[in-house]
Design a protein around this ligand. Structure first.
Ligand SMILES: [Zn+2]
Length: 101
């Protein structure tokens, strides 16, 4: 079973307490009235689908209920780290290099 660390509860909890909420760091356009239909559609629907490490949103639905972000490997579900919503996207490549050193 996959265990996920909620950065708010500061506990490792079983994955059944969480819900994936898609790619992280998708910013709503500052002025939605000024974007064209293609830009708006990209905001709503276009997401990366990498094979490997990527940042995604999760929600601790059966815990504190809060959204947070996680860097997860899409092939084997390993989680590199979790961090609170609003914190900057980590430099994943640098973190991986530092782990190997
Ligand atoms: Zn929590």
């Amino acid at each position: 079973m996959l265990n996920i660390r909620c950065p708010y509860c500061e506990e490792d909890r079983p994955e059944i307490e969480f819900r994936n909420a898609g790619e992280a760091h998708i910013a709503r356009p500052d002025e939605p009235d000024r974007v064209d239909d293609r830009q708006w559609a990209d905001f709503l629907y276009t997401r990366d689908n990498p094979k490997g490490w990527h940042a995604e949103r999760w929600r601790h639905v059966h815990g504190c209920g809060r959204f947070f972000n996680a860097v997860r490997h899409s092939v084997d579900d390993r989680i590199l780290l979790t961090y609170k919503a609003g914190e900057p996207k980590p430099d994943i490549e640098r973190m991986l290099r530092e782990r190997e050193a």
